[in-house]
Design a protein around this ligand. Structure first.
Ligand SMILES: Cc1cc2nc3c(=O)[nH]c(=O)nc-3n(C[C@H](O)[C@H](O)[C@H](O)COP(=O)(O)O)c2cc1C
Length: 156
């Protein structure tokens, strides 16, 4: 199978963009993630798929994590945590019981570890949601390899 074509095909599935933050020995690691999804309502469980080559892999193991759902004004933050760090931080940190999160995000989903599964060249981390918060605003989306925005279809 042509991997590039498979990636192009999967890029037709539009997603939101999150930065997943997790704390190890007082140091917060964040990385940009679009493979974030809701799995279960009762108990509340979400999933994050992590590349086995990412530094995040070690940080995520048996650890709490927070999914910070980005709004359309947080594109710089998405790039900052996708291997293009900015000298001047394009966001502010905010402390919570489960670690640091990104202030001003559209939503925060705070999790404790539930399970981890092998996913080929990725590891699937499931987290049980212990707290969440959301705000009005417009999401940052990712579609066909590009950041995008979301507008509701008007009823015709
Ligand atoms: C829009 C977007 C979505 C991404 N989604 C994921 C993802 O779901 N899982 C993943 O492991 N990496 C994903 N990445 C790549 C990581 O953010 C990137 O490799 C990052 O530098 C990893 O950081 P680390 O090695 O410091 O943990 C994504 C990047 C972008 C720009």
């Amino acid at each position: 199978m042509d991997k590039k074509e498979f990636r192009n095909c999967m890029g037709r599935f539009a997603t939101g963009v999150t930065v997943v933050t997790t704390e190890t020995e007082g140091v917060t690691h964040g990385f940009t993630v679009n493979s974030f999804t809701s799995v279960s309502l009762d108990p509340p469980i979400v999933l994050v798929s992590v590349d086995k080559n990412a530094k995040a892999l070690q940080a995520m193991k048996h650890n709490n994590f927070i999914a910070n759902v980005l709004n359309e004004n947080q594109r710089d933050t998405a790039m900052h945590f996708a291997g293009k760090p900015k000298e001047q931080l394009p966001f502010e940190w905010e402390e919570t019981g489960l670690g640091a999160r990104i202030k001003g995000s559209l939503a925060h989903i705070e999790c404790v570890p539930w399970a981890e599964y092998d996913g080929g060249d990725h590891v699937l981390f499931l987290g049980e949601v212990k707290a969440f918060e959301y705000h009005p605003g417009q999401p940052l989306a990712f579609y066909c390899g590009q950041f995008s925005n979301v507008s509701p279809l008007v009823q015709s």
